[in-house]
Design a protein around this ligand. Structure first.
Ligand code: BGC
Length: 348
């Protein structure tokens, strides 16, 4: 079969190439790939900045935002041939740490977890893949290709769970929420926050393209410019850019008692502002700054319900480009109006 593979930590090694069929040890459910979303993590892996091949191997099959159709459900699963499924990304560490032991692999404490398409297990950018039945999430068939948005939806489902859990520490009635960054994660955050009684605001650099209208369609307000120039102090900030200056501004701007959830992975600092200055703002306002990554089965379960319930037309506008697997290099290139680029392996 064909697969998109890479030699992790070596830039320029990504290829669409012939690869052996998935081994039965990878799971008893055999799946035909339909589509795989591309995200910043894939770009980082291809650029040689992140990623690990399976133990003893040099190449890793890329891709963690999957959607596939069951070809063979295997002996012990409730799945049927033809079901649309998405694969859970992370697997618990083998020790296991206390969190992995109770199924909270997203909160792994020793870093020995593995992740499909990222860390030590092959991903989903291959014509066929296998999965353990307990890690295959069935999606509403009427979602079609929109099922490829489930993985980013689970990431935001977890992040918002963290925000509202942290909110329980004191009396708290949040009224306003700000999302920084109108990429797929930011827009899904805005979608889920709009389902609550909150005034939702989204801030992004883009002044044109599909983002402003997608935000307005949710009844939310779109902003460009600096977080510091907003005329309100948000009770909740979901930070989806990973940009140092936006993070520092968010901590300065958040309301007293407010909660900032960091979901973006970036690098570098902010010239002219020291960590202690930023921290002082958080201390004096009793803020919570919570980092959030990945998702466990509870978030996958809730996330798939949330996706099935969402407005299909709105969701479909998040997928701004479909590319063929042989054009994967094109898929990994950021174009100005891109939101989510999806590599399509077969018809839904
Ligand atoms: C994925 C997560 C993963 C994280 C770190 C993200 O792109 O969505 O599932 O845990 O990268 O590897």
């Amino acid at each position: 079969m064909k697969a998109i593979t890479v030699e992790p930590k070596k830039p320029g090694t990504a290829q669409y190439e012939d690869f052996p069929e998935p081994d039965v040890h990878e799971g008893s459910v055999l799946v035909e790939a339909v589509a795989v979303g591309v995200c910043g993590t894939d770009v980082e892996i291809v650029e040689g900045k992140y990623g690990w091949a399976p133990p003893g191997k040099t190449r890793l099959i890329l891709g963690h935002e999957s959607l596939g159709r069951v070809i063979d459900p295997g002996p012990s699963s409730s799945l049927k041939k033809g079901d649309l499924v998405v694969g859970i990304v992370r697997r618990p560490d083998p020790v296991p740490c206390p969190n992995c032991a109770v199924g909270e692999w997203d909160m792994c404490r020793n870093g020995q977890y593995s992740e499909r398409g990222i860390k030590e297990i092959h991903g989903f950018m291959s014509e066929r893949w296998r999965i353990e039945p307990e890690y295959a999430i069935k999606v509403d068939s009427s979602l079609g290709i929109l099922g490829a948005l489930l993985e980013p939806m689970t990431v935001i489902t977890k992040a918002l769970t963290q925000v509202f859990a942290a909110g329980q520490r004191a009396f708290w009635e949040p009224k306003t929420a700000l999302v920084t960054g109108a990429g797929p994660i930011g827009l899904l955050a805005a979608l889920r926050l709009s389902a609550r009684e909150l005034q939702v605001h989204v801030l992004d650099r883009a002044e044109t393209g599909p983002k402003p209208e997608l935000v307005r369609a949710l009844g939310a307000t779109y902003h460009t410019g600096s977080v510091l120039d907003l005329d309100f102090d948000p009770d909740i900030i979901v930070e989806c850019t990973g940009v140092g200056a936006v993070i520092a501004d968010s901590i300065q701007k958040v309301a007293a008692g407010g909660i900032i959830c960091l979901t973006g992975v970036g690098a570098g600092g902010v010239a002219g502002r020291t960590v202690a200055d930023v921290a002082a703002a958080a201390v004096l306002k009793n803020n919570v700054i919570v980092g959030s990554v990945n998702a466990n089965k509870r978030h996958w379960y809730k996330g798939s319900e949330n996706l099935a319930r969402a407005d299909r037309k709105w969701l479909s506008r998040l997928i701004t480009r479909l590319e063929k697997p042989e054009n994967f290099k094109q898929a990994l290139k950021r174009m100005p109006d891109d939101i989510k680029v999806v590599i399509q392996f077969s018809e839904v």
